[in-house]
Design a protein around this ligand. Structure first.
Ligand code: PCA
Length: 131
C-alpha cells in the first residue's frame, strides 16, 4: 500500500532509515484542508485548516506498515488514516490526534523542512578551540 510521509520519515530527516527498503514513488502534497503543527522533534498533520502539506509517497508492505504503526504509536498518538493527495492518488498518512496538538505551533508553509531552527537558550560564547 501507499504511505504519505511529511515529517521525520522523509528523505534527509532523522527517521528516514525506517523507510529503508520501501519504494519511493514521488513527492506529493495534500489538498489545502490541513494544518501542520510543530511538536519540536517532529510534526503533526491535523485534519482541520487551510494548509497544503508537503511530503513524499512510498510503497510499503504489511511488515513495514506494522513496524511504522508501532513507531508512530498508532492509534494512540497518530491515527493512520487514508487521505487524498493533490496527485489524485490516495495514501495512508499518520494524522495526529487533536488532543496531542494543544501546545504545538503551526507551520503555515506546510513544510517540515522549512521549520524554524531550534533556538539554543544559552549563550555558547566564542567557539574557542574548534580550529
Ligand atoms: N513521522 C511521520 C508522522 C510525523 C513524523 O514525524 C511522518 O514523517 O509522516
Amino acid at each position: 500500500m501507499k504511505l504519505f510521509v511529511y515529517g521525520t520519515l522523509m528523505r534527509g530527516e532523522c527517521n528516514e532509515e525506517r523507510l529503508r527498503g520501501a519504494r519511493f514513488i514521488g513527492v506529493d502534497c495534500t489538498p489545502p484542508i490541513y494544518s501542520l503543527v510543530n511538536l519540536g522533534p517532529y510534526p503533526g498533520l491535523i485534519e482541520a485548516g487551510t494548509t497544503a502539506v508537503h511530503g513524499e509517497v512510498y510503497e510499503i508492505d504489511d511488515v513495514l506498515l506494522a513496524a511504522l504503526d508501532a513507531f508512530e504509536e498508532h492509534p494512540d498518538v497518530y491515527l493512520r488514516t487514508m487521505i487524498d493527495l493533490e496527485s489524485r492518488q490516495s495514501a495512508f498518512a499518520y494524522v495526529l490526534r487533536p488532543e496531542h496538538a494543544a501546545a504545538a505551533t503551526p507551520l503555515a508553509r506546510g513544510d517540515w523542512r522549512q521549520r524554524p531552527a531550534i533556538e539554543v537558550p544559552w549563550d555558547v560564547g566564542p567557539l574557542h578551540g574548534l580550529k
